[in-house]
Design a protein around this ligand. Sequence first.
Ligand code: ATP
Length: 476
Amino acid sequence: MKKITLIKGDGIGKEISQSVIDIFNAIKVPVEFEEKFAGLECFEKFGTALPQDTLDSIKRNKIALKGPTTTPIGGGHKSVNVTIRKSLELFANLRPSKTLPGINTRFGNVDIVVIRENIEDTYGAIEHMQTPDVAQTLRIITYQGSYMIHSFAFQYAIKNNRKKVTCVHKANIQKMSDGLFLKTFKEISQNYPYIKTEDIIVDNLCMQLVTNPERFDVLVLPNIFGDIVSDLCAGLVGGLGVAPSANIGRNIAVFEPVHGSAPDIAGKNIANPTAFILSSIMMLKYIGLDSYAKIIEQTLFNTLKNGIFTKDLQGNYSTSEFTQNIIKEINDLSKTTKLIDDCLISDNQLTKSMNEEIESINPPKNTPSNDWNIAGLDVFIEWNDIDNLPEIPKNYKKFELKMISNRGTKIYPPPIPEILMVNWYRCRYISTQPVNYQDVLEFLSVITEKNIKWMHIEVLRKYNDIEMFSKAQGED
Ligand code: ATP
């Protein structure tokens, strides 16, 4: 019997978990749940939102079914979801949005799979307060991370008979980070000439998704865009109540609904358990229990077809009534077929899971930067005399001041645009002769002697950086 870690989570988590447990019991799915705790309630009880014991259980069982966990906004403990994804290297987040039977939506034939990079991007949580008024988040995209997610997207497309993979990005503005994501997509796509490919800028994608979603098949996106776009896609097929997801790593996976803990409706027995049931179906398919997955899917679809809806879908069935209806469908089905025997026979021929494909994805080694030089410096400073430019050297030995920007807008060389300025400046120096790290230190000590508060420097390691910057100016 396959052991699975079950985390019920916060808010509506207990109610929707009960649905899945009742359905699994009705059909006697050959799995055993090992219940573990995580989330806000767990934090309040045990002082940690993600106990080591829970993480160890997932590592041991390799599969978890996870309910929603509350993430405090603007402070509090770290997101449990993000910590699980990162500690278990669950690099791919799979979020299918498919038109469901019986649910009346604006578009009739949506079948989109969002594949979201799950580790990098702004989710590195590399954030700083640079001044009391200025916050910074670093957006990290790597070649290796992009290589993994794009390879996964193509492998997924092949295994699931998908025809097209669309890379979503903002490489017209984030020329380096999204540029690297897109460039890697093009590189990987060369290995899959029989899959159609295209790329699209994320804002254009959003417009097309709400006008012509049927034209999309598999979307592959960096983390933050994937998060936002997958909620949009969920809205196309009936909302968060019907949106499942899987977090997939090497030989390990965590299945969870896209929605959060919905504190506004918790404890009222009105939550829609469909997203969690669909997540559990994805899990059963992943572990090769396809026939059980199919029966749950069929009986869930019958229930929806019969107009049995919870409140979020304008119905008046409670969570438990909805669940009981699925169980009734299962019981009806077992009167006409040898349900369980059939399941066991077909499941003896386990379908090849994504694991084998993932095993074959090997991220490339680091590219050495031996031929890179120090091309300049970006020095970030606080300067409180807003009416006058910072008193920094225009030239110092091998460094020449090229540009100053405030809130990302160029204010030097003149003309100074009429913009709202704050006491935070980025000063870009380029090197006029070859420089080394000693030169950088000397330059910083000159600035420090002038009592200029600097909070961050970026060593520009290739002339490319500077060209990229000037190209990015003026676009929105
Ligand atoms: P979190 O920060 O945990 O994501 P949130 O409140 O921002 O929490 P959700 O919990 O996903 O986001 O809820 C967004 C809205 O969708 C809420 O109004 C909630 O009631 C509704 N909702 C979410 N999940 C369900 C569900 N399974 N059934 C019915 N309504 C739901």
